[in-house]
Design a protein around this ligand. Structure first.
Ligand SMILES: C[S@@+](CC[C@H](N)C(=O)[O-])C[C@H]1O[C@@H](n2cnc3c(N)ncnc32)[C@H](O)[C@@H]1O
Length: 401
């Protein structure tokens, strides 16, 4: 976004115009939206307002309301549920918080909402202007995080470096702004710091003096957050599942590393648990064991439930072969509505195509490799009865109200 557009949007005229726009504009396609706005506004203002209407509709789907946005800033913004949890952890330290790469203020607004004194720094001038309007409770400055205008000692710091758009998809320390080594130095200078990065970061890039959280929201892996300083447990790995607020750390008891044959139930861990390397801790929590030392599927003889794993009741286990799997599905009248795989070479869509159309009871196929043998577990997904009960209570309450 250019500076003139940002200046207009934060001006009284821009804010007033945005607030007064009829809600019905949101549903219009971009051409009709621009045409409608040009009836009441000069072209420059109509174009700026049209962009905000479109971006705000996208933001609303992610639970972000009332902010001034730019396309790139919205794309980079921390999910509000993730930002709120981070802000709560920072607030528990009772330190003033400085967001050194605050962008449009996703993290910064969560910190301000948590009631901590907050300051933001942003290199890009138009973004900094919008953020000042987005988070009026925070002290806001424009500048380079490498030369922060605030004293970091005695403060908690958030660093969420931007990644070069043309950079590789894999973690590349040279693709960040501020540079990765600068970000690490800044984080280590603060009393407490959290450095956000991609959840796919490889083990070899994880600093040994950090606690690392792998954060998932719903089904989507959001970030790896590296914590330094006060309250950070050096070397600890933590899986965080939101919005449930469930956590599991590498410090918790583990199951035996010895694998066991497939039992009556198989458990499939969520990505945050596999990324954090806490699968054996999850197994201990479920009363389960590994099927294979290299595979994250777990097994046990009793039904057990945890928000960090899906539970499946085992119906049949066979060595993989398309003809064999197809035959069994037809004989038992089972329809594979879900195909999951771990350490298995065939893509679920490809397997679905190979199996062809099958009618019958909906089941799941869990495809994996156990002790070198490609194996298919035919299974029925089982929901946690206590969660179903709670959901039922809520519905009943809703009906009574
Ligand atoms: C990933 S975004 C931050 C998003 C933010 N956490 C949020 O939730 O909205 C990174 C931001 O850092 C800014 N930035 C990049 N290099 C910087 C630097 N050296 N100093 C300060 N800000 C920088 C970028 O302009 C961008 O707005």
């Amino acid at each position: 976004m250019d500076i003139d557009r940002a200046r207009y949007l934060v001006s009284g005229a821009g804010r007033g115009a945005l607030d007064a726009l009829p809600a019905a504009l949101t549903g219009l396609d971009p051409v009709r939206l621009a045409t409608e706005l040009r009836r009441s506004f000069p072209p420059f203002e109509a174009s700026a307002l049209a962009e905000q209407v479109t971006l705000r509709a996208k933001a609303r789907e992610r639970g972000i309301e009332g902010m001034l946005l730019s396309p790139h800033g919205l794309e980079m913004m921390t999910h509000p549920g993730v930002a709120a949890r981070r802000a709560a952890r920072l607030a528990a330290a009772g330190l003033p918080v400085i967001d050194l790469t605050c962008g449009l203020g996703g993290d910064l607004s969560a910190v301000a909402a948590a009631g901590e004194p907050a300051a933001g720094l942003e290199l890009d001038a138009p973004t900094a202007l919008l953020t000042r309007a987005n988070v009026p409770a925070a002290l806001m400055a424009r500048g380079d995080a490498a030369r922060p205008p605030f004293a970091l000692a005695g403060s908690a710091v958030i660093l969420d470096p931007s990644r070069r758009e043309d950079g590789p998809r894999r973690f590349d320390p040279s693709a960040f702004s501020p540079p990765w080594d600068v970000a690490l130095t800044l984080a280590r200078d603060a009393a407490l710091a959290v450095l956000k990065t991609a959840p796919g970061i490889e083990e070899r890039h994880l600093p040994p003096d950090a606690e690392v959280e792998f954060v998932q929201f719903g089904r989507s892996m959001r970030e790896a957050a590296l914590w330094f300083g006060a309250g950070a447990a050096v070397g600890l790995r933590r899986a965080v599942l939101l919005p449930a607020g469930v956590e599991l750390t590498s410090g918790e008891p583990e199951c035996s590393p010895q694998p066991v044959p497939v039992g009556a139930f198989v458990f499939d861990p969520e990505s945050c648990a596999t990324r954090a390397g806490v699968v054996r801790q999850l197994a201990a929590r479920l009363g389960a064991r590994l099927l294979d030392p290299q595979v994250a599927y777990l097994t046990g003889d009793a039904a057990s439930f945890d928000p960090m794993a899906a539970t499946f009741e085992v119906l049949e286990v066979v060595p993989f072969g398309v003809a064999r799997v197809r035959q069994l599905l037809r004989e038992r009248r089972w329809r594979p509505v879900e195909i999951r795989r771990r350490a298995f070479p065939v893509e679920p869509d490809e397997l679905r195509r190979l199996l062809g159309r099958v009618e019958g009871e909906p089941i799941a196929l869990l495809c994996t490799t156990i002790a070198g043998t490609r194996t298919v577990v035919f299974a029925r997904k089982v929901e946690d009865p206590s969660r179903a009960e709670r959901a039922g209570e809520k519905t009943a309450q809703g009906c009574r109200q």
